[in-house]
Design a protein around this ligand. Sequence first.
Ligand code: AHG
Ligand code: MN
Ligand code: MN
Length: 343
Amino acid sequence: MTQTLTPGKRFITLGQFIIERQSDFPFAKGELSRLLRDIGIAAKVVNREVNKAGLADILGEYGETNVQGEDQKKLDVYANEQFILALGAGGECIAIASEENEDLIEIDSKVSKDARYVVCIDPLDGSSNIDVNVSIGTIFSIYRRSDDKHGPTDVSDFMQKGTEQIAAGYVIYGSSTMLVYTTGNGVNGFTLDPSIGEFCLSHPDMKIPKDGAIYSINEGNYRHFPEGVKDYIKYCQQEDASTKRPYSTRYIGSLVADFHRNMIKGGIYIYPSTGKAKNGKLRLLYECNPLAFIIEQAGGKASDGFNRIVEIQPESLHQRVPLFIGSANMVAKAEEMLALRNK
Ligand code: AHG
Ligand code: MN
Ligand code: MN
């Protein structure tokens, strides 16, 4: 007697998915797949350390300050090392710009001599939340070096607009660990199944609702916000049932976690200029551009209040820009209120 097997729902691992989508990149021939694979491997290693952060002697200040003048935590250093190691060993990446390093990191190895890609990375985002068991993340962005450029890499390889990104993504180390990325053909999210050690496709073709009812901003800085931003906050707080107002405030203080929640539920995240920080706090290359690429691919919007983030010409590795990101109609409304004050 023959037995008929009815296959259950097939789960797709990140590795399988990347290979299946390889044809989206006529020029990449597996290079991009290998880069994403390397990032996925480092993310799993970092996840392991994040999960045991309370147990191992890995919490607390590292005793140094990074290029932004902020205290580095041990996990920032660890995550930075792991991503650099993985990208260095993979053979596709020629240089890395990291939040934790003032200068670009050139990869000078036999395997990387023909490499054509540069990677921008915030290895550990939301580091003030490490000690308190709140979600943190990693953000990355991948660019291809111009075909005319050969020989040693330099900063000019990184001075490409966000519109030139080949891929971008983030990892969220939360109540579960997820890797979300885009290569310009939609956004897909993968949840780490710790029992098999694989990221599995859990959120195919992610889309952000056009409208939302959450606004995320550090209102402690309210006094120093531009008038247009204050107007928008007042708008968020007004009663109007037809537009679900007043909106709820949600602010974790980890950009990745605030962004991820708003992408799923609908909402806006704002880090505007403040009195002390004219260009806000967030960095164009490894925080704003990758998330802008993702949000646009998910049907949302990302702006500095006036211009599309991905159209800003970068001028330095650690450049900061104000960020308004999330549901398309919410970002458009904030831009409208800023424009009114800027007449
Ligand atoms: P990082 O930990 O990589 O330095 O980033 C911290 C960022 C971001 O994650 C977060 O949204 C923002 O800083 C919070 O800043 P405030 O404490 O000024 O609100
Ligand atoms: Mn960050
Ligand atoms: Mn960081």
